[in-house]
Design a protein around this ligand. Structure first.
Ligand code: PEP
Ligand code: MN
Length: 337
């Protein structure tokens, strides 16, 4: 159960409410986010819902029986919007595009990517400075110095940054330089990391775990929300199956299902989803029709020379074309629905 508290609810009112609920054998957890205050009540006891609804300090009450509650569409009708400032907003009905290399490699690459994004009309740049690599001998990223350099160049050009945070200690050092923290597929169930991201006032995009279910992705988002941060995005990036013909099996089904189950924006990552450069545009375009609110894909000035994931990275010509086609398909979708 989610009890939405009034903005000006006083602590004695909240304590009275908690006392009442604990008498009814509910455990309670207070959640304070950037946008509101909630009291989560977990239990199976019986009580008069109207009596709680009329208690002082209560704005609204919602019975949500799923284990993920705050991220559920069952109580919040309006879809969540993520405002990155300077007019960059990720929201339903618009298609957010995020593109850039798998890994940040250096000044020249950052510069070329930024010029490309400006030409393509894309305002959010992706790139990893901390890279989760299967082999410890692969390039593992430029680290915080790379992020600082990238930030300086991006800011000069009005470009927003999304970058992966791999561990708790990186949150603070990255905080000033990212617009969105990305939680990678290998960290979707790093609950300590999720708890800590709940404490920051910055958007977080959580990718689906490598073998994660849709519900597990929603539980992960619930961790961050219940920790106090409701600026959240969900990302489908493919899952591991028995299929070997593609890097992952992109689960197109997840897009409409997540959209129906949650009020959070849903982003598609076709690059990791299929892992084959020439097929990335098809999966990206299909994701738009499936209802995605944004697409994140890998692009590089010379994918063959990319430090990581070159095989699934678009060159700039392919990227320009894709951005154009995505907008066309988005227009089509808006007219169809
Ligand atoms: C990435 O975005 O480059 C990445 C490592 O993605 P994922 O966590 O989905 O594998
Ligand atoms: Mn990658």
């Amino acid at each position: 159960m989610i009890i939405q508290l009034q903005r000006d609810a006083r602590s004695e009112q909240v304590e009275k409410l908690m006392g009442y609920l604990s008498q009814k054998r509910f455990t309670t957890k207070a959640v304070n986010t950037q946008k509101g205050s909630y009291l989560m009540a977990i239990g199976k006891g019986e009580f008069d819902i109207r009596a709680v609804g009329f208690m002082d300090g209560v704005a609204d009450i919602h019975v949500v029986s799923d284990d993920y509650k705050l991220v559920s569409a069952k109580w919040k009708v309006d879809p969540t919007e993520i405002d990155l400032g300077d007019g960059v907003v990720i929201k339903q009905g618009q298609l957010a595009l995020m593109a850039g290399p798998c890994s940040i490699e250096g000044e020249e690459q950052i510069n070329q990517t930024i010029q490309h994004l400006k030409e393509a009309g894309i305002t959010i740049m992706r790139g990893g400075v901390y890279k989760p690599r299967s082999s410890p001998y692969s390039f593992r990223g430029m680290g915080i110095d790379g992020l600082r350099l990238w930030f300086r160049m991006a800011k000069e050009n009005g470009i927003k940054i999304i970058s992966e945070v791999m561990q708790v200690s990186q949150i603070e050092e990255m905080y000033d330089y990212v617009d969105i923290f990305q939680v990678g597929a290998r960290n979707t169930q790093n609950f300590n990391l999720l708890d800590e991201l709940g404490k920051v006032d910055k958007p977080v995009m959580i990718k689906r775990g490598i073998s994660g279910t849709i519900d597990e992705l929603l539980y992960s988002a619930e961790y961050v929300f219940s920790g106090g941060n409701e600026k959240l995005l969900l990302c489908e990036r493919g899952i591991r199956t028995y299929e070997k013909a593609s890097r992952n099996t992109f689960d197109i089904n997840a897009i409409p299902i997540l959209k129906a189950k949650s009020h959070l924006p849903v982003i598609s990552d076709p690059s990791h989803g299929i892992g084959i450069r020439d097929h990335v545009p098809a999966i990206a375009l299909a994701s738009v029709l499936a209802g995605a609110d944004g697409i994140i894909y890998e692009a590089h000035q010379d994918p063959r020379k990319a430090f990581s994931d070159g095989q699934q990275t678009l060159n700039f010509n392919q990227s320009i074309k894709l951005a154009e086609n995505l907008r066309e398909v988005m227009k089509m979708r808006s007219e169809m629905l």
